[in-house]
Structure formats: C-alpha cells, structure tokens
Design a protein around this ligand. Structure first.
Ligand code: SF4
Length: 226
C-alpha cells in the first residue's frame, strides 16, 4: 500500500517531462503506469507499443483486453491492480529496449514498486521477466512458479498477452495457470517475514527454488542505486 501519494505524484510528474534518454524525442506520450496505488498485484511489461504511446496508458488494445479478461477470471479488476512497463516511452517500431534506455529509466519502475509495495509482481513476457530476475533463462522455464523477490514480494512470470493472442489456446491456458497461482498467493495469509517487510529494507533477493542459473544477488542489480 502506498504511504506517500504526493511522493508518487512527484515521481509521475518527473517521468512525464523526462528527457533522460533518446526515446524522449520520439514518444507521443509518456506511459507512466495506471491502476490502484493500494494494489496487492502489480504487472510489469516491456515497453509501450503504438496504441499505448498514443493513449498514454499501458496494455490497451487486444492484449490489454486479454489481460483484463484473465484478471476477471480470478475475480479481480484492472482498477484493483497496478500496471506499468520497464520503459515509460515507446521504442520506435517496437524494437527491443536498449541497455542505455533501461539504465536511464529503471529508477522509475524501482520507485513505483517500492512505493506501491505489492505482494505479487507478475512479469509479462520474456523481456521483463529476464530483466527483473536477472537471468538468461527463458520465460517457458521460468513461468509456472513463484520466485521470492524484492521487498518480500513474490514474482510470478508469465507470457505477454500478445504472445497468447499469437500463440493460441495452449499459451492462454498456461497464462490461466499462472493467474491461478497469483490468486493463490494473494489469498494466502502473509508470512511474518513478508508482512513485516518495510519498503525501505534492502532487497532480500532470495530465489525460492534452487536454480543454479538464477543468482539471487544479481536479480536485484536492476534496482540497485548507483
Ligand atoms: S524511456 Fe524513461 S528515461 Fe527514457 S525519456 Fe522516457 S521516461 Fe525518461
């Protein structure tokens, strides 16, 4: 739950006039994020696409409708969650974000997560998942389970809704399994270590599963201030 709304609004205003990377020159709108500041569930995607850039809101269009539908199936609304991207401005032609753009922008996402302090973070797609878990392991191997993450939150990777639209019923079915896992995590009583975690605490960075490819210390590099 957010504790300082003026601080959050100041962050939004800073992002909306941000010139910290070259994407400032090609964007139509900054797509900061949308949803409840008291969200227990936060989604993180890659970057705005064409429609998002035009409307200034993440996950609109067909992919956004699928996201809303999957949320409805676990008894939640779009208004009850928070939705953001790693990058706040659209890379031209929907190309992959560049390292210097991620470096310039990552502080906004870090502060959004720190201030909202969700119980579960769901990454949408390969890019956001690899980046937040600091791994080269692909989404197919990472999805389907919860990873203990930063500030006591659990991170649940799933496919990008656009992949489900392209990939057919099997991908959509796997996304439904991941959303059911999120529902389960949200319904569980918080563990003492989670409920007692303050947003200001240092990242715990512990991988719930023993996985040699995921270094828990490296997972947190994205959010380390330099
Ligand atoms: S992508 Fe991020 S860092 Fe780059 S201009 Fe937009 S808000 Fe600033």
């Amino acid at each position: 739950m957010i504790r300082n709304i003026p601080e959050f609004e100041a962050l939004r205003q800073r992002a909306e006039s941000c010139q910290d990377c070259a994407l400032a020159g090609t964007r139509t709108n900054v797509v900061f994020g949308v949803g409840s500041l008291e969200a227990r569930l936060m989604f993180v995607g890659e970057a705005p696409g064409k429609n998002e850039d035009l409307q200034g809101e993440p996950f609109v269009g067909a992919a956004g409708r699928l996201l809303t539908e999957l949320l409805g199936e676990i008894g939640m609304t779009r208004e009850a969650v928070y939705i953001a991207n790693v990058l706040k401005c659209r890379p031209p032609g929907n190309r992959d974000p560049r390292p210097e753009e991620i470096d310039a922008c990552k502080g906004y996402l870090r502060e959004q997560i720190r201030m909202i302090h969700p119980r579960v973070v769901m990454t949408l797609g390969n890019f956001a998942t690899k980046l937040l878990l600091r791994t080269e392991t692909g989404i197919t191997r990472l999805r389907g389970r919860a990873h203990q993450w930063w500030l006591g939150a659990m991170l649940v990777p799933t496919f990008h809704p656009a992949a489900a639209l392209r990939g057919g019923p099997r991908v959509a079915e796997q996304m439904r399994e991941d959303f059911a896992l999120v529902r389960h995590l949200l319904d569980e009583p918080p563990a003492p270590s989670v409920s007692g975690a303050a947003p200001e605490e240092e990242p715990a960075g512990v991988e719930a599963r023993q996985d040699a490819e995921l270094d828990p210390t490296e997972q947190m590099e994205l959010f380390r201030t330099s």
